[in-house]
Design a protein around this ligand. Structure first.
Ligand code: GLN
Length: 494
């Protein structure tokens, strides 16, 4: 029995048929995490806590309880606070921090009976696209350990891709679920902003931060999303919808819209923004995406040319808004209310200064500086306000596009995973790699990454699928139809 690369439903069957217990699955995952420690995906593992959760799941199973996730091993991005395991957001600032409570998303998954193997590496405070900006050091891509896994949810992608656990939690502020999923050959979805509670998610940019699942398939993502999504009065931006308790697997196994068995996605219009297929897109990424679009076309989809004219502006807009919010969110880490306090200081100012200089890494400090600058008197109108206007226009462009199509498809990343160290010295190069994911985040739309093949050096390629607000059920069903016809999501690194 091995949990390696098994889907949630495969593990479900083992549990239901009593071929394995939750404890055995947890032990197997712990062993696998230990064996793959070189990848540096896990930053805190506590066997005793894991086995305690597994024992509780076994007791529920023995009592005849059922549930899609009961007894299934998982692990959480270190951006979620968790009782028992440390919660550090990949930062020295929070080294050793023990939260007195669980993030809402973690509580929901605990209530569903999942068993946590530990906490997962990420870029410090979720700022980054390569997982190289973590106080724990970089996390490695299991397909090629010379390559970055993507970020900021790098550990979350690696733990799934390497077959340690069947699913993990991630967060996406500007692409941090979709991009590492793409670079590691797994499936991940960022739902509509407001779907998953942000309570207990260490804040980066609150108007953008959104949690979501990362797993092998759209099917598994849907099962996990069912447990993660829901109104939470503890988060003021949590959305209360009439369609509460939506089952994201409801559309699975059925043709989408007007489809039939032969053409399951017949008549589904997929928009291809010309700005997503321009010069910046590497040929080795484009080829598998073109093939995936052909595949969808053969299943009945209609490809429509569309335009998202402000795509390029998403980079400057995002890199003004996100740092602005970060500078405000991170002000609480002053060594008094929260976080590391320097040993050396002579007065209050030097205490703040030394604590923050020691606790925060350079990228985080850069974002705080940029954020404070764009919010400062005299520059606010020129930067922050302009960025907010662009954000609104980007959201409007999407709505205009959705008049012409049901979904939007494109790349997630302009290139396959790059080498460790390749972009880490040049922040702008790193920011530019986010070109295809930022606009979805700025608009608050759901977006996912689906594995569609391999590019240079046999590194994975993901295709991005974007839906309109609260269309994650259909989005996942579309991805599922694609995955029923292809096997890219079943490939595993050797
Ligand atoms: N790469 C983007 C950034 O550095 C997005 C990160 C994220 O989604 N958390 O801000």
């Amino acid at each position: 029995m091995s949990s390696k690369l098994q889907s949630i439903s495969a593990l479900r069957a083992l549990l239901d048929e009593k071929k394995a217990s939750a404890t055995e699955l947890a032990q197997e995952a712990l062993r696998e995490a230990g064996q793959q420690s070189r990848l540096n995906a896990f930053v805190d593992i506590r066997d005793d806590l894991t086995l305690q959760q597994a024992k509780a799941a076994d007791a529920r199973l023995a009592a005849g309880e059922t549930g899609a996730l009961l007894g299934i091993p998982t692990a959480h991005k270190d951006i979620f606070v968790t009782k028992g395991w440390t919660s550090t957001a990949g930062s020295k600032m929070l080294a050793g921090y023990q939260s007195p409570f669980d993030a809402e998303v973690v509580s929901r998954l605990n209530a569903a009976g999942t068993v946590s193997i530990g906490k997962l590496n990420c870029d410090e405070f979720a700022m980054g696209s390569s997982n190289e900006k973590s106080a724990y050091g970089p996390c490695l891509n299991p397909w090629d350990t010379l390559a970055v896994p993507g970020g900021s949810s790098g550990g979350s992608a690696v733990a799934v891709a390497a077959g340690v656990v069947p699913f993990t939690t991630g967060t996406d502020t500007g692409g941090s679920i979709r991009q590492p999923a793409s670079l590691c050959g797994i499936t991940g979805i960022k739902p509509t902003y407001g779907s998953c509670s942000r309570y207990g998610m260490i804040a980066y940019a609150s108007s953008l931060d959104q949690a979501g699942p990362m797993a092998h398939s759209a099917r598994d993502c849907a099962l996990v999303l069912n447990a993660m999504v829901g109104f939470d009065a503890k988060d003021s931006t949590s959305v209360q919808r009439p369609a509460a308790n939506e089952d994201f697997t409801a559309g699975f196994g059925k043709p989408l819209r007007n489809g039939d068995a032969a053409k399951p996605v017949a008549g589904v219009r997929i928009g291809l923004p010309k700005e997503f297929f321009g010069e910046g897109l590497a040929a080795d990424v484009r080829a598998p995406i073109d093939a995936a679009l052909k595949q969808l076309e053969s299943m009945g989809a209609v490809l429509v040319n569309i335009s998202l004219p402000r795509t390029e502006l998403s980079i400057p807009a995002y890199y003004v808004i996100a740092p602005a919010e970060a500078s405000s969110n991170l002000s609480r880490f002053d060594g008094v209310r929260y976080g590391h306090r320097a040993a050396d200081y002579s007065d209050l100012k030097s205490m703040y200064e030394n604590s923050r200089s020691e606790g925060f890494g350079l990228e985080v400090q850069r974002r705080i500086m940029v954020g404070a600058y764009v919010l400062s008197h005299g520059y606010y109108d020129a930067y922050y306000l302009q960025a907010q206007k662009i954000r609104r226009l980007i959201a409007q462009d999407f709505q205009a596009a959705f008049q012409q199509c049901d979904f939007i498809a494109g790349p997630v990343s302009p290139t396959v995973a790059w080498n460790l160290g390749e972009k880490s010295a040049d922040p702008v190069q790193m920011y530019l790699a986010d070109i295809y994911t930022l606009s979805t985040s700025l608009a608050g739309l759901p977006g996912m990454s689906v594995p569609v093949g391999f590019g240079d050096k046999n590194r994975p390629v993901g295709m991005q699928l974007i839906g309109n607000y609260f269309k994650e059920g259909e989005l996942l069903a579309l991805a599922d139809h694609y995955q029923l016809a292809t096997d890219w999501h079943l490939r595993t690194p050797s």
